[in-house]
Design a protein around this ligand. Structure first.
Ligand SMILES: *Cc1c(COP(=O)(O)O)cnc(C)c1O
Length: 351
């Protein structure tokens, strides 16, 4: 009797199921009402993440999108603008929320191949104080960006430039801990210390618990006490005040305690997948630095990309293909799953 193998879901690191230990932590969490500010598990999480990253305060929010919105609307007012990368989530992938809800204009700039925004382009985009222009108020960086670790000396230089020009500096660190684990592997340092070193270059940092860290829901925005009190008001307006949210905060807290160091396993599996795909005719694979593998298809393979995704899905391998083919490794993917994905891809190309 044969059994159908489980689906290998490589669409995103958001698809993870809470582990039994995480569910137990949720079950045991003391709960209050966070709109009254009296949920002990939410308060404990906010204190934990703020302390980890070296900030005065933090705010637990349902999504990374709301976290970025709270950040942008707390740093910028109507008629202000923020400098941001063309592919940045808080420009391209959030429905234009900062413009829609805050009348804040983005100033998107192209990325260099390593994900950075060249310093000269940032400097040239900062508008003079002149009635023709929006007021340039903030620089937003993202790390990792599309799975790429921004070079730390670049992060220091770009945020140093922004500070010298009087701009606020926001980090969309949805995958900050993937960046920190990759950076620690390069420097021989400690992942938590690297996360803090990156975060301390910014005035505010958003992190997602619902991505590689494996929690079901939730992000945190970190900053000064005064900044977080403004963000708290925006969160309320955005409908993000949650009640017995400690149930979710406990999952996030468990993830911070148990799921940071293991991100290196996701990075190793992404490399295994990339190495396997790189040997295939027509597959141009960017060597992954963290847990995301992008593949450009060329020639005969390109013409069949929709067919390939359908073949993968029919065989229990899920991936996405918006700009390029994208495969993301996470807590619920193992070596056998990656090897099966490679087998199914090869099988397709032999048909
Ligand atoms: C996923 C993601 C977000 C948004 O998170 P949601 O919880 O899906 O709203 C923001 N920024 C980056 C870089 C992301 O990858």
């Amino acid at each position: 009797m044969s059994t159908t193998p489980a689906t290998v879901d490589l669409r995103s690191d958001t698809v993870t199921q809470p582990t039994p230990a995480m569910r137990a932590a949720m079950d045991a969490a003391p709960l209050g009402d966070d709109v009254f500010g009296t949920d002990p598990s939410v308060n404990a999480l906010q204190e934990k993440i703020a302390a980890m990253l070296g900030f005065e305060a933090a705010l637990f929010v349902p999504t990374g999108t709301q976290s970025n919105l709270c950040a942008i609307l707390s740093h910028c007012g109507r008629g202000d603008e923020y400098i941001v990368g063309q592919m940045a989530h808080c420009y391209r992938w959030e429905g234009g929320g900062a413009a829609v809800f805050g009348s804040v204009q983005p100033q998107p700039l192209d990325h260099a191949p390593d994900g950075s925004i060249p310093l000269a382009h940032i400097e040239a985009a900062i508008k003079p104080d002149d009635a023709h222009f929006a007021r340039t108020k903030m620089l937003a960086l993202e790390n990792t960006l599309g799975g790429k670790l921004l070079p730390f000396d670049y992060v220091q230089a770009a945020t140093g430039l922004a500070k010298s020009k009087g701009l606020q500096r926001h980090l969309d660190g949805a995958r900050l801990f993937n960046a920190a684990v990759a950076q620690a592997a390069n420097t021989g340092g400690d992942a938590r210390a690297e996360a803090r070193r990156i975060a301390q270059c910014f005035d505010s940092v958003s992190v997602c618990f619902s991505k590689g860290l494996g929690a079901p829901i939730g992000s945190a925005l970190c900053g000064s006490r005064e900044f977080i009190s403004r963000a708290h008001r925006i969160r309320k307006m955005a409908g993000g005040g949650m009640r017995q949210a400690g149930l979710l905060a406990a999952a996030a807290s468990h993830a911070l305690d148990h799921h940071i160091d293991r991100l290196s396993e996701d990075h190793a599996l992404a490399k295994r997948l990339a190495d396997g795909l790189a040997g295939i005719e027509g597959f141009v694979v960017e060597p992954p630095q963290t847990n995301i593998v992008f593949v450009d298809l060329e020639g005969a393979a390109k013409a069949r990309s929709a067919e390939l995704l359908a073949h993968l899905a029919a065989n229990g391998i899920l991936a996405t293909g918006l700009y390029k083919l994208r495969f993301v490794t996470h807590l619920d993917v193992d070596t056998a799953g990656v090897d099966r994905a490679l087998t199914v891809v090869r099988q397709f190309l032999n048909t």
